[in-house]
Write a protein that binds this ligand. Structure first.
Ligand code: HEM
Length: 184
């Protein structure tokens, strides 16, 4: 995965647990890189290894860390100059959900070797939808849950997320309910 992802994991750990915790996690994961390069590709195993090491060092389940990571991602990418991408994503939470797929196609223009996840929505109403997630990678559904929660905060809407049974070939289906975006 692109270095941007590992940088965001590092940022989350350093912000909430300090520099020593981050050094211990890297040591445990066997990662000897001082600074990740945003646009460089790193093996997926490195990101999985960092999450597993963080889980052991911080005594928290990997799923909980990935969820926190998803929430952090909305703040982190906005700080790193991708805020405009979020603004283009839609004027309301619902619109953003419906545009998620095209958002990643736009991101791929700036990240040519991106292996983007796919998203699509079904059963869309004014207050709910089913969000379908498909990816070449396994294990990132908790990150998606955190992301949707972070987006809810960004759009100032109350969100509930309930995992549903996924069809073959899908990583996850989330039933998402939401209140209207203020001033949308
Ligand atoms: C401007 C904002 C965003 C940027 C710059 C961005 C960029 C990226 C990058 C670079 C990766 C790693 C993939 C790779 O290296 O091949 C990734 C993965 C991922 N992104 Fe985004 N993303 C953004 C917003 C979002 C949003 C809003 C969602 C969902 C609500 C999302 C869901 C995911 C998920 C679940 C993965 C995990 C890996 C996978 O399934 O392959 N991203 N993103």
């Amino acid at each position: 995965m692109y270095g941007l992802v590992n940088q965001a994991i590092e940022d989350l750990v350093r912000t909430h647990h300090g520099d020593q915790a981050w050094e211990a996690i890297k040591r445990r994961a066997g990662v000897e890189i001082d600074a990740f390069v945003t646009m460089e590709g790193y093996p997926d195993e490195m990101s999985y290894g960092l999450v597993a090491a963080a889980s052991a060092e911080l005594g928290a389940p990997a799923e909980a860390l990935l969820e926190a990571f998803g929430e952090h991602w909305t703040l982190f990418t906005a700080e790193r100059g991708y805020g405009a991408m979020f603004k283009m994503g839609g004027s309301s939470f619902k619109e953003f959900m419906l545009n998620l797929h095209s958002l990643h196609s736009k991101i791929a223009l700036g990240f040519p070797r991106l292996q983007p996840p796919s998203f699509w929505c079904t059963d869309v109403t004014d207050t709910s939808l089913h969000l379908h997630y498909q990816s070449a990678r396994q294990g990132f559904t908790p990150m998606l849950v955190g992301l949707v929660r972070g987006l809810g905060r960004m759009y100032q809407v109350d969100v509930t997320i309930t995992p549903q049974a996924a069809a073959a070939g899908e990583n996850a289906v989330l039933f998402v309910t939401f209140t209207p975006t203020p001033h949308a």
